[in-house]
Structure formats: structure tokens, C-alpha cells
Design a protein. Structure first.
Length: 156
């Protein structure tokens, strides 16, 4: 039997919630026994995804929400899904290209999706113009413990 743990949360689209989302995901995946590098990879990708929602989907409107669900599966598969109901992406393939940004007049590098792809093992972006975007990212935690075999077999 595969053991699964999951949590969901809804955040106001405020920049200060980016670090909260990142910290929650990092704490949630600790039972998988990730390395420091794996934790930092996940935190960086979550930071980029949440920031993209705030900046691009909602243009910083604080009365909007970001939904996040995180699933940890036995064997080390961690999946983070971040969704918004913002403006959506007209051309997802173009948006996935390095340095592409719709905010060239601001200090935006257009590297958000590239960073997510670099730090995670899988990235899936689905979007509908005017209806929102969903980013699903998967990381395989290489040193993951089998959550059903955490028994202490030592004898005194």
C-alpha cells in the first residue's frame, strides 16, 4: 500500500505570503528526509510559482487568492500544485521560454518557469486566458525513507 500525506492551503496574493508558502512546503516534506539541496530546490520553485501568481496573474491585487496543494508519497515523490484564477497565460509554450516576460517595463527577468524547471524534476503548466493558471511541480526526494518501515529494530 502506498502511503500518501497531503495538505492544502489558500493564501492571499500578498508578497509576504511567498515566504510563508515556501516554509510550509519545506516543513511538510521533512518526513521524506530530503537533503539540504533538495529542500532548497523545492523552496526556490515554490517561491517562483507563488511570486508569478502575485505579479502576473493578479498584478499585486491583495484581494485575490492563491491555492496550493502538496502531496508527499511513499518513495519520495513530492508534488506541489499552485493555482490562481487570474488573467491566465495566452501562450504557455512562449511563457515557458527563458527570458520571456509580459512585464518588460519592470525589473522582471522572465526566468520564473525556467527556474522551476531547473529545480524540480517535472513541471506542468496549464492555463486559460481570463480564467487562471495551474502549475504542478514534482520533485523526487532521492534519499526518501519508506514511511511504513520507520520501526526501530535495535535491541537493548
Amino acid at each position: 500500500m502506498t502511503r500518501i500525506n497531503k495538505f492544502e492551503m489558500r493564501l492571499s496574493a500578498l508578497s509576504e505570503n511567498e515566504s510563508f508558502a515556501r516554509s510550509c512546503v519545506a516543513a511538510f516534506c521533512l518526513p521524506l528526509d530530503p537533503s539540504i539541496d533538495e529542500i532548497n530546490d523545492v523552496k526556490t520553485a515554490v517561491s517562483e510559482a507563488v511570486t508569478n501568481c502575485i505579479v502576473h496573474a493578479y498584478n499585486g491585487a491583495p484581494d485575490k487568492y492563491i491555492d496550493m496543494s502538496v502531496t508527499a508519497e511513499e518513495g519520495g515523490r513530492l508534488t506541489v500544485t499552485i493555482s490562481d484564477s487570474g488573467c491566465g497565460i495566452e501562450d504557455v509554450e512562449q511563457a515557458l521560454q527563458p527570458f520571456y516576460t509580459t512585464k518588460s517595463d519592470e525589473e522582471r527577468s522572465g526566468m520564473g518557469f525556467t527556474i522551476m524547471k531547473t529545480f524540480m524534476d517535472e513541471l506542468l503548466v496549464t492555463s486559460q486566458k481570463g480564467r487562471g493558471t495551474q502549475v504542478s511541480m514534482t520533485k523526487y526526494i532521492r534519499g526518501a525513507r519508506n514511511v511504513d518501515s520507520r520501526t526501530d529494530s535495535s535491541t537493548d
